[in-house]
Design a protein around this ligand. Structure first.
Ligand code: ATP
Ligand code: MG
Length: 230
């Protein structure tokens, strides 16, 4: 049994080539245990989204090693990434990326159908997880009929539906007020603990740091020790 969810060794990412090349990750070493709830913080441009995109099998690394639940991501063809993403990853975005034309329950069911669930199974799981986030009465609504906090709860439900082992969230509370941001993070933490997900959250929101098992700091493409408090 591998108790490491994520292992990164000397990971780099360079965007572009030649004179336009830009090294966004400069050699990242990181291990995240299965079931850990980690937060990643750092200034704008430090490489957080880039790192999350490699973990999320959206971008391939340039150099170094990245292993997710024992599966190597380095040395893969780009064409293999979408299948890995579907099997391992649930994403939560700042702007939630819900599909406005679909009902709330279809927004959650749709990725499950992409993973091979029947429509019926997908709807059963979607309704189950929507009731776990307190939205049983909103399942037939469309995202635009909901408040910002409710939309982010749908995004949490969609990410955890189907129990992907790794949940990645990029600034999930950025568009929410402080109280709602706390509620959404608390919900994510509770569901992840109950269901055994490993979670990496990128955030600037220091009001949610206390939910983390560990906070990792990033600066200029590298992980750094926590900056001294002013
Ligand atoms: N597609 C791209 N092509 C070239 N450079 C890029 C690309 N995407 C990001 N970068 C650069 O890589 C660096 C890291 O970007 P990234 O989006 O990972 O930062 P971030 O820490 O998520 O910042 P923020 O907090 O503003 O979201 C930045 O300097 C950015 O300009
Ligand atoms: Mg970013």
């Amino acid at each position: 049994m591998n108790d490491l969810a994520i292992e990164l060794r000397g990971l780099t990412k360079t965007y572009g080539t030649g004179a336009l090349a830009f090294q966004a990750l400069k050699g990242i070493d990181l291990q995240v245990k299965t079931g850990e709830f980690m937060m990643l913080v750092g200034p704008s441009g430090s490489g957080k989204t880039t790192l999350l995109s490699i973990l999320g099998c959206v971008l391939s690394p340039t150099e170094g090693e990245a292993v997710l639940f024992g599966e190597k991501l380095h040395g893969r063809k780009e064409s293999e990434l979408p299948d890995l993403r579907l099997s391992y990853i649930g994403f939560i975005f700042q702007g939630n990326n819900l599909i406005p034309a679909l009902s709330v329950e279809d927004n959650v069911a749709f990725p499950l159908e992409l993973r091979g669930a029947s429509r019926k199974q997908a709807l059963i799981e979607a309704r189950d997880v929507l009731s776990a986030v307190g939205l049983s009465d909103k399942m037939k609504r469309h995202p635009n009929d909901l408040s910002g906090g409710q939309r982010q709860r749908v995004a949490v439900a969609r990410a955890v539906a189907g129990r992907p082992p790794l949940i990645l969230a990029d600034e999930p509370t950025a568009s929410l007020d402080a109280h709602t941001g706390q509620q959404v993070t608390e919900l994510l933490k509770k569901l992840s603990t109950e269901r055994g997900h490993t979670v990496v959250v990128v955030t600037h929101d220091n009001r949610i740091f206390h939910f983390a098992d560990r906070t990792v700091h990033m600066e200029d493409g590298l992980l750094v020790p926590a900056p001294a408090q002013p």
